[in-house]
Design a protein around this ligand. Structure first.
Ligand code: DON
Length: 303
């Protein structure tokens, strides 16, 4: 496969979609990002990486971090997490509160905000410093020691974080959190604020394409755990658009309101696309379209 030729063709085909949608405004520090940006990278399972457009420009990873926190918890803790969080699509927006009361404080899945808060709570209990553990992990897997938190984004989200605080307090009332809510929120906002480029993220997600094997050749996850993370990404990674994402793209994917999406072709490669214009469900308009073109051009999907 000539990855560079595929990326160039995807960039040409997606051009009319770039600039569509809206940047995330509920985190004011993200509202100033330029709408017309577009980048895409492919990291082959052997670690070689290719890119097009703004593929080396850092952006806010936001909810893409949830795939990595899930991996870190499963790696250390195995299956016990699933007593505290489900693995069914929610069919609701990523920051919705409504199901939590019906379902006794157990979030539907680890990628909606409520579920991600439970995962970060567990990572905090396991490591004593969830956000730094994640940053160190991402630096190692991407091979980029310069990766950093964006303090302005974390502060902006803290200031406007009433919804996440409500989710966390509500789950605490059901006994589904081990750490104090302010500690948990701090680590969650910091993990979401990490700045990475498409290149960094495609490399960092490589372990999901290599069936659980890290960039240094050691095993992070069992083959079965890697399969399970990919499965939850496919069914829940793009929230209430997961059905449409599976229909159009046909790959495990995890989006973030920074406009990035990571996708995985198990056994072959990991991809990351970035374009800040979001649809109503918080997924990048040009990003989903680029991945749709990618799987159509290559014929690579899990189906
Ligand atoms: O908690 C939040 O609302 C943000 N830090 C992350 C949300 C997000 O990226 C949803 N994904 N599309």
């Amino acid at each position: 496969m000539d990855y560079q030729a595929v990326l160039d063709e995807v960039a040409t085909r997606v051009a009319p979609e770039i600039g569509r949608g809206q940047v995330a405004r509920y985190i004011p520090a993200l509202a100033s990002v330029e709408l017309g940006r577009f980048g895409m990278a492919i990291a082959d399972a052997d670690g070689s990486v290719y890119g097009v457009g703004d593929w080396e420009v850092p952006f806010s990873v936001q909810s893409i971090s949830k795939a990595f926190s899930l991996a870190l918890v499963l790696a250390q803790d195995g299956e016990t997490l699933w007593r505290r969080v489900g693995r069914e699509p929610s069919g609701n927006p990523f920051n919705s509160l409504v199901q939590l009361e019906y379902e006794n404080g157990i979030p539907r899945n680890p990628f909606i905000n409520a579920g991600a808060l439970v995962v970060t709570d567990r990572l905090q209990s396991l490591t004593g410093d969830a956000s730094t553990t994640m940053l160190d992990f991402l630096r190692a897997e991407s091979g980029n020691p310069e990766l950093a938190f964006d303090a302005a984004v974390a502060a902006s989200e803290t200031e406007h974080g009433d919804r996440n605080a409500a989710l966390a307090h509500f789950m605490a009332s059901y006994g589904n959190l081990d750490n104090p809510v302010p500690t948990l929120l701090e680590h969650y906002f910091w993990q979401c604020s990490i700045e990475m480029s498409c290149r960094d993220l495609a490399l960092a997600a490589g372990f999901l394409a290599r069936h659980g094997v890290s960039s240094d050749g050691s095993r992070l996850l069992t083959r079965s755990e890697a399969k399970r993370i990919n499965a939850v990404m496919l069914t829940c990674g793009t929230y209430d658009a997961a059905g449409d994402f599976a229909y159009r793209v046909g790959l495990p994917g995890k989006s973030g309101v920074g406009g990035g999406i990571v996708a995985v072709v198990p056994g072959r490669c990991a991809l990351c696309v970035w374009s800040p214009g979001l649809d109503a469900r918080g997924n990048s308009v040009a990003g989903v379209s680029a991945l749709d073109h990618f799987t159509t051009l290559t014929g690579w999907s899990v189906f």
